[in-house]
Design a protein around this ligand. Structure first.
Ligand SMILES: *Cc1c(COP(=O)(O)O)cnc(C)c1O
Length: 363
């Protein structure tokens, strides 16, 4: 069986060593020594000014909205994981969808300005598949209209854009370190910002609003993470360069076997000046019908690609209907193929052979 992804697991002996330390200190959570160590290392890796390690990527999004007291409408992408939209609704704001660019599959800056109203407070955009948004254009619009820009950077760990980690663009970036992500801590997430005041608010929000043991800064929630999760992060982090290298090799092999004159498969475009992380391997077929026959043939061979991202978030039942034809079209035709550290070249060849076989009979 070949799943779409498989979590990277470090040598178990390495993790056990951390466990022994935890047993000795009996410090299990509440910003313990391992968490502080990981936070510091990740901060360095991301070249971040302020780095707040959290329990998951969804609370990172919610804390960003809460911490800036964003109200009213937030302009966002309909082509992302559900958490991008659900966090906005959960925080009592309205998601307003700007359609995506058909080449990068990220929010299309040209569609944003006409959606801005008196109620707009922010832009929440996803660097989908780790492909950088048009950060220059987004920041220009935000500045002109005094909006905050938050990037859902759940896929963007390890990506550089113009020699700077992508997570450093915008007012804040949110990360997810869920087990399925390129770098993971089993469950985990983070908020990155250059804004010192916001960083203080985020750290209070993370810990019930505690300001010392008996004093409270204000309303907060529990978005802390544990020593067990931090230990996993400390074990995985040294392997990140190798994980990205392996993914690059496998992606290059997919490219070689799938793209070319005789196939009609299209791939999203990574902009120039990007050092990419190969977080996913999405392919866009000519039609949903072709996608479904490809998926069925792969499933018949116990290969399970995933329809990331389907459906377009504009169609979920708790948002107002809004026209985003590009997102709805692309999400019906895009499929993420298996890509993970342990995937073997022989398996990639087998996957490509099946896909090419289906395409030969369909186009
Ligand atoms: C995974 C993911 C999230 C949610 O992160 P969790 O850590 O699972 O809460 C948010 N946005 C995107 C784009 C994601 O892929």
């Amino acid at each position: 069986m070949i799943p779409v992804t498989k979590s990277f697991l470090p040598p178990v002996e390495k993790y056990s060593r951390y466990l022994k330390g935890i047993w000795k200190s009996a410090h299990l959570t509440n910003n313990g020594p391992l968490l502080m160590e990981l936070e510091e290392k990740l901060k360095k890796y991301c070249e971040a000014k302020h780095f707040i390690f959290l329990n998951n990527g969804t609370s990172a999004l919610q804390l960003a909205i809460k911490g800036w007291e964003l109200k009213g409408e937030i302009i966002t992408t309909p082509f992302s994981y559900i958490a991008t939209t659900s966090s906005i609704v959960w925080e009592n704001c309205q998601p307003v969808f700007a359609d995506i660019d058909s080449s990068t599959l990220n929010i299309n800056p040209a569609k944003i300005e006409k959606l801005i109203t008196k109620k707009t407070s922010a832009i929440l955009a996803t660097h989908v598949y780790g492909i950088p948004c048009n950060v220059e254009a987004l920041e220009k619009i935000a500045k002109k209209h005094k909006l905050k820009v938050i990037y859902d950077s759940a896929h963007a760990f390890g990506v550089k854009y113009k020699d700077k980690p992508l997570v450093n663009y915008g007012d804040a970036s949110t990360l997810s370190f869920h087990a399925t992500k390129l770098f993971h801590t089993v469950e985990g997430g983070a908020l990155i910002t250059n804004d010192e005041n916001a960083a203080h608010r985020f750290s209070y929000l993370r810990n019930f609003g505690h300001k010392g043991q008996e004093d409270f800064w204000g309303l907060g929630i529990n978005a802390k993470n544990s020593e067990f999760h931090a230990a996993m992060g400390l074990c995985v982090l040294p392997h990140v360069a190798d994980i990205i290298k392996k993914r690059k090799e496998l992606s290059t092999l997919y490219d070689k076997l799938l793209l070319g004159k005789e196939t009609t498969i299209r791939r999203p475009v990574v902009p120039a000046n990007t050092e990419y992380n190969y977080a996913y391997y999405p392919v866009i077929f000519e039609s949903e019908k072709i996608l479904l026959s490809v998926r069925d043939s792969l499933n018949a061979d116990f290969i399970y690609p995933r329809r990331y991202f389907y459906p377009s978030l504009s169609t979920v039942n708790y948002v107002k209907k809004q026209p985003v034809p590009v997102s709805e079209d692309i999400s019906s035709r895009v499929l993420c193929l298996p890509l993970y550290y342990e995937l073997e070249t022989e398996q990639v060849k087998r996957i490509c052979k099946i896909i090419r076989h289906v395409l030969r009979f369909k186009s």
